[in-house]
Design a protein around this ligand. Structure first.
Ligand SMILES: [Zn+2]
Length: 109
C-alpha cells in the first residue's frame, strides 16, 4: 500500500485526525480506536460471548474517565502504536486498519 499519513493531530473536539498522502483526511473517535484495538488481548475480549442482559459490566475508574490518546509512535513504516489514557498501549494499528476505521472528513467548503 503506497498511501502514507502526512499529518497526525488531535482535533479540538478530541478526535484523532489523520491526513493521507492521497489527499484523504480521516477523523477517528478515541473510543472507536480503543474498541478496535488489534492486540491479542482485545481481540479475545471481543470474541468472547457478551454477558447476559441485565448483568452490568464493572467499569473501572480508568474506564470511567474520558478516553484520550496520550502518545502515538510509528512502528516501522506500516503502523502506529497508540498509548491510551487508560494505560493500554499494546495495539499496533496498521495503516490499512486506520484506513478502514474512522470517517472521511470532507474538505471545508
Ligand atoms: Zn488491546
Amino acid at each position: 500500500m503506497g498511501v502514507q499519513p502526512t499529518e497526525l493531530k488531535l482535533s479540538e473536539d478530541g478526535r484523532l485526525k489523520i491526513a493521507w498522502s492521497d489527499g484523504q483526511v480521516r477523523l477517528f473517535t478515541i473510543r472507536q480506536l480503543r474498541d478496535h484495538c488489534p492486540c491479542a488481548t482485545c481481540r479475545e475480549k471481543r470474541d468472547a460471548p457478551s454477558p447476559p442482559p441485565g448483568q452490568l459490566n464493572v467499569i473501572s475508574m480508568a474506564e470511567a474517565q474520558p478516553l484520550r490518546i496520550t502518545g502515538m509512535k510509528p512502528v516501522g513504516n506500516y503502523a502506529y502504536g497508540i498509548d491510551f489514557s487508560d494505560g493500554h498501549n499494546t495495539g499496533i494499528y496498521t495503516l490499512e486498519l486506520l484506513r478502514e476505521l474512522g470517517e472521511e472528513a470532507l474538505p471545508p467548503t
